[in-house]
Design a protein around this ligand. Structure first.
Ligand code: 5GP
Length: 121
């Protein structure tokens, strides 16, 4: 799947639409999900143009891979959910219902979370 430069997170990276930023560095931008599904629900995205985890893990440079996942951990610590617990989740492709075709990690926490998987149609 080719990267669509008009996806909503590409527009957020270009500052064409607003976001509630919680963290930014050379490799990653983190912002609050517009429809939070937990008391804390933050999305962490790489600065580079990657469709999903599959694309990112195959084609990102070692520096991007290291920088991005280090940023995910830093965001969790900044939010304080490293102390109480959190879930990190990334959807790839149709079966996962990935909505936005720019790789992103969901960080959810801030209270007890439900079971990992909920079957839906
Ligand atoms: P996915 O299903 O692709 O893993 O998750 C996409 C996430 O992006 C959803 O949780 C959705 O609420 C969030 N989202 C979609 N559009 C926007 C937006 O314009 N701004 C923000 N902050 N989040 C968005």
């Amino acid at each position: 799947m080719a990267y669509d430069p008009d996806n909503i997170f590409a527009k957020i990276l270009r500052r064409e639409i607003p976001n509630k930023t919680v963290y930014e560095d050379e490799f990653a931008l983190a912002f609050h999900d517009i429809h939070p599904q937990a008391p804390v629900h933050v999305l962490v995205i790489p600065k580079g143009a990657y469709v999903s985890m599959d694309d990112f893990s195959r084609t990102a440079s070692p520096a991007e891979l290291q920088g991005f996942f280090a940023a995910v951990g830093a965001v969790a610590r900044q939010l304080g959910i490293d102390r109480t617990g959190y879930r990190m989740l990334a959807n790839h492709g149709a079966d996962s219902h990935q909505e936005v075709p720019h790789f992103h990690v969901h960080l959810v926490g801030g209270g007890p979370l439900g079971s990992l998987l909920t079957k839906r149609g």
